[in-house]
Design a protein around this ligand. Structure first.
Ligand SMILES: [Zn+2]
Length: 159
């Protein structure tokens, strides 16, 4: 049997620290701060929270400087669509203020736009990113599986 020398104990300690660090990194949630000062906060909250199963925690901030995602309402004249529009992947989600949506529709749109923030593109699957499905669908198991790697990348970017 090999005797534990000081350097062997050091190597074992380093390996243990690396393994624990990787496990913590994998299991700790991604924290997203969002800023929103409109009057449909419940839709915004529900749309974002629909991604919680992907190990993401959301917190509303009242300081734009602390926000990962800025959500606001803008006039239709500044939108390139009659529906809500986001600057994809930028952390800015603009809602067309002149387009009427039900609460369920707006919740689905926010879920969709946050999918873009996470790096997802449009598709034709059973997905919140499917552009053929009318507003209102929330992230499916397929979406949650697809963003696992994207969530890890966002966590790595913050190291
Ligand atoms: Zn889209």
């Amino acid at each position: 049997m090999v005797e534990d020398t000081w350097y062997l104990r050091l190597v074992k300690s380093i390996i243990l620290i690396l393994v624990v660090g990787c496990l913590l990194f994998w299991f700790l949630p991604l924290h997203i701060n969002y800023y929103y000062e409109g009057n449909r906060i419940f839709c915004i909250h529900d749309g974002l929270k629909s991604w919680s199963r992907a190990n993401i925690e959301f917190k509303r901030t009242f300081d734009k400087k602390d926000a990962d995602v800025l959500i606001d309402h803008i006039p239709q004249s500044q939108c390139d669509s009659i529906t809500e529009v986001a600057e994809h992947n930028s952390g800015k989600i603009h809602i067309n203020a002149d387009y009427q949506t039900t609460d369920k529709q707006l919740t689905g749109v926010i879920a969709h736009e946050f999918g873009h923030y996470l790096g997802l593109h449009h598709n034709h699957d059973n997905s919140v990113m499917n552009v053929d499905i009318p507003y209102g669908i929330l992230p499916t198991d397929l979406d949650i599986a697809r963003v696992r790697v994207e969530v890890l990348k966002l966590k790595l970017d913050r190291l």
